[in-house]
Write a protein that binds this ligand. Structure first.
Ligand SMILES: NC(=O)c1ccc[n+]([C@@H]2O[C@H](COP(=O)([O-])OP(=O)(O)OC[C@H]3O[C@@H](n4cnc5c(N)ncnc54)[C@H](OP(=O)(O)O)[C@@H]3O)[C@@H](O)[C@H]2O)c1
Length: 229
């Protein structure tokens, strides 16, 4: 069994790579070719037993690579943030361009590769094309692209993913602490479903759930917080 991980350098992606390697899956960690930390990632992923792929974000090149690798799963764990988009000089609607755009590109490449990988898509609670937030709307559109791909798929919709990040993200941590506190109270007063759906999760718990969903016999399903633990 082999797996291709897109967004391998992310908070969740690197944990998915680690856990896949522990399980003995032949793991290919995609790193953008122009990454300033490419050599560090080669060392990190190499020490885990994964190989690093630097195929450019272009559909024909990615299709050729997918055809060659024939992965059982493609994990799509990609997304930008305001600060990352600024550093990447992405202008306009950054979520449409990166979160949606790279998902569209991946699906087009996977279809052109004429292979049947399962797409494991990391979305977000609240995603929907009609959502007010640009981020959640782009995520909803990306989910639609995954569903319409004609390939087997699973979509995970976690709430906040928290833990020790290099870049801090104080807002994310505070939201997790406050949100989990309120949800604990809701849980005590009978709001267990609400609590389980919206409480925060960690990269290791989420990575293990994503791999479980990637390898399970069932597919074409959307899972939320309560299914991701
Ligand atoms: N964090 C949360 O609380 C949360 C909650 C629910 C859903 N999600 C979603 O889950 C996904 C993964 O979360 P995460 O916390 O692991 O994210 P993360 O740490 O920010 O990682 C994002 C990944 O996307 C890649 N990426 C970003 N912009 C790119 C671009 N322009 N071109 C190519 N690659 C690009 C990054 O590559 P580089 O390292 O090279 O920049 C990295 O591998 C995100 O898309 C997020 O929207 C997050």
């Amino acid at each position: 069994m082999s797996a291709l991980v897109l967004g391998a350098t992310g908070f969740v992606g690197r944990e998915v790579v680690r856990q896949l390697c522990v399980r003995g899956t032949k793991t290919v960690a995609h790193v953008r070719p122009d990454s300033s930390k490419l050599e560090t990632w080669r060392t990190t992923f190499g020490s885990l037993g994964a190989s690093v792929d630097t195929t450019p974000w272009e559909a024909p090149a990615l299709a050729a690579r997918i055809r060659e690798l024939d992965p059982a799963q493609i994990y799509i764990l990609i997304g930008t943030t305001r600060s990352r988009a600024k550093a990447d000089a992405v202008a306009g609607d950054i979520y449409e361009k990166v979160d949606l755009g790279l998902t569209e590109l991946t699906v087009a490449a996977a279809k052109a590769a004429e292979r049947k990988p399962r797409l494991v898509y990391l979305s977000s609670v609240g995603a929907g094309r009609g959502a007010r937030s640009a981020y959640l709307s782009a995520r909803g559109k990306a989910e639609d692209v995954i569903r319409a791909s004609g390939l087997p798929w699973v979509i995970a919709r976690p709430s906040i993913i928290t833990g020790e990040r290099e870049e801090g993200r104080l807002g994310e941590k505070s939201a997790a602490v406050v949100g989990d506190g309120l949800l604990a109270v809701a849980g005590m007063f009978g709001g267990r479903k609400l609590r389980d759906r919206y409480r925060s999760t960690s990269p290791d718990v989420l990575a293990s759930a994503l791999i479980r969903l990637g390898e399970a016999p069932q597919h074409d399903r959307v899972l939320d917080g309560s299914d991701l633990r």
